[in-house]
Design a protein around this ligand. Structure first.
Ligand SMILES: [Ca+2]
Length: 397
C-alpha cells in the first residue's frame, strides 16, 4: 500500500503492507510529521537537505533542454528554435540560430540537446525537434551539427520517426548517450496514435537507440526481427520527456506523461513493453476509462507513478558530492504541479520518500541537470524562462 501525505508544501510517500504493526508505525510517522511541521519555522527543509535557491540565468525563451560543456558553460535549447550559451557567471549569449524545419506549435519545437561523447575533440552536438512536414503534419527528428565560435554548422538530420502525424502533441523527446556511445531518443504517441505505441512497425511511443550516424545500434533487441523497426529499444510508452543514465548501473531510466493520473518512472530494459495504452494508472481527461487494467502479463510495471499527474519533464539521478544525502535520488521536473520532485528509493527500487522542492517558485519546471560543481540546475518553462541553481546551505561551500 502506498500512502501519500501532503503537509505544508511537502509530500511524503511511504510504502507499507497492511499489517497492524505497519499501520501503527504509519500512524506514528504521521504524528511525527505533524509535530515536525508545527515545531519548524521552515518546514520545507525537513526532511530535506538544507539548500538555497538562486537565479543563475534569466531571459531565456522557453528553455527545453540543457547540457554543461566541458568548459563549464551551459548550452540551452529554446523551444522556438535557437540555442543559448550561459557563461560560468550566468551571462546569457545572443541567440545562436539553428537552421532546421522546426514545427514550433503546441508541444512542438526544438527540444533536447546532447553532446557527442567526444565533444571536447569534435564539437558535435545532437538536437531533437518537431520536424515540420507541411499540411499540419510533423514528426520527431534528431539533427547533428558542430558547435563552434562561429555558430552551429554542418547541420544534418540523422534520424526521424518513420511516420508523420497531424497535431501538436506528444513529441517526446530526450536525448541520452549510453556508456557504449549509443544515443537513446525518446518519443511520444502523438496523441492520435496511442494504439501504435504497441506496434513495433512504428516509432510512436518508443524509445529508440541509434549510433552517431543515426543507424540502429548493434545489439538492439529487434535488430534481427524482420517485422519490427531495428532502432526500437523499448515500446508501450505515452510521452517520454525525461530520461537519465543511471550513474551506478548505466541503465536508462525515464519518466513519462500519463493521461489524467498515471505519470510514471520506468527503468528501461531492452525489448520490453511498458504497457501504454493496454495498462495504465490513469484515465482520459474527460473522466472516461482508457483501460480496465493496471497489470497484464508481459508488460512492465513502473518504478513509481503519480496520481494526480504532476506532468513530468526532465530527469536527474543525483551523483554529486554537494548533497551527500541526495545521492541516488531521482529529481523530476513538474510542469502542471509546478515543482521539482525528489524521490528516494531503497535497494529494491521501492520509493521510501518523496518531496516537492521549489514550490515557492510557482514555475513550471522543464529540465534539470547536475552541474560540474554538484549543484542542481533547473530550467523554468515560459517566455521568460530562468535557470535556477540549488546549492547547499551549509557554510564553507
Ligand atoms: Ca507504463
Amino acid at each position: 500500500m502506498v500512502v501519500e501525505i501532503t503537509l505544508n508544501q511537502n509530500s511524503y510517500t511511504i510504502d507499507s503492507s497492511k499489517t497492524t504493526a505497519d499501520v501503527y508505525a504509519m500512524n506514528v510517522f504521521r504524528i511525527l510529521l505533524v509535530l515536525m511541521t508545527f515545531s519548524s519555522t521552515h518546514a520545507s527543509t525537513h526532511p530535506s537537505h538544507d539548500h538555497k535557491v538562486s537565479v543563475y540565468a534569466e531571459g531565456i525563451q522557453s528553455p527545453w533542454g540543457m547540457k554543461f560543456l566541458p568548459d563549464g558553460r551551459l548550452l540551452v535549447t529554446e523551444k522556438s528554435g535557437q540555442l543559448r550559451l550561459v557563461s560560468r557567471t550566468g551571462a546569457v549569449s545572443r541567440p545562436i540560430p539553428v537552421d532546421l524545419p522546426i514545427a514550433y506549435k503546441g508541444q512542438g519545437g526544438m527540444l533536447d540537446v546532447a553532446l557527442d561523447p567526444a565533444f571536447a575533440d569534435n564539437q558535435l552536438i545532437y538536437l531533437s525537434y518537431a520536424k515540420d512536414e507541411g499540411r499540419g503534419q510533423s514528426r520527431t527528428a534528431v539533427a547533428k551539427g558542430r558547435l563552434t565560435d562561429s555558430g552551429l554548422n554542418d547541420l544534418t538530420t540523422i534520424w526521424q520517426q518513420a511516420h508523420s502525424e497531424k497535431g501538436n502533441h506528444h513529441f517526446g523527446s530526450r536525448l541520452v548517450f549510453d556508456r557504449q556511445g549509443q544515443l537513446f531518443v525518446t518519443t511520444g504517441d502523438r496523441n492520435h496514435q496511442k494504439e501504435s505505441a504497441q506496434d513495433v512497425t512504428t516509432h510512436f511511443g518508443k524509445i529508440i537507440r541509434i549510433n552517431t550516424q543515426g543507424q540502429p545500434s548493434a545489439g538492439n533487441p529487434f535488430i534481427k526481427d524482420s517485422y519490427a523497426l531495428p532502432d526500437i529499444y523499448s515500446y508501450g510508452h505515452r510521452n517520454v520527456q525525461g530520461a537519465y543514465l543511471h550513474p551506478d548501473t548505466g541503465e536508462l531510466w525515464i519518466n513519462e506523461h500519463g493521461p489524467r493520473g498515471g505519470d510514471e518512472i520506468n527503468r528501461i530494459e531492452a525489448g520490453k513493453n511498458y504497457g501504454w495504452p493496454k495498462i495504465t494508472y490513469g484515465i482520459n481527461y474527460i473522466g472516461t476509462k482508457i483501460s480496465d487494467h493496471t497489470h497484464l502479463p508481459g508488460m512492465e510495471q513502473p518504478i513509481h507513478y503519480w496520481d494526480p499527474s504532476i506532468a513530468t519533464s526532465g530527469m536527474l539521478i543525483y551523483s554529486g558530492d554537494a548533497f551527500p544525502e541526495w545521492k541516488g535520488h531521482i529529481f523530476t521536473g513538474a510542469l502542471k504541479l509546478m515543482h521539482l520532485n525528489r524521490i528516494a528509493l531503497n535497494e529494491n527500487n521501492k520509493v521510501t520518500e518523496e518531496e516537492r522542492l521549489l514550490l515557492d517558485q510557482r514555475s513550471r519546471i522543464r529540465a534539470v541537470e547536475q552541474g560540474p560543481d554538484g549543484h542542481i540546475y533547473v530550467a523554468t518553462d515560459g517566455a521568460q524562462g530562468k535557470i535556477l541553481k540549488i546549492s547547499p546551505q551549509s557554510k564553507g561551500r
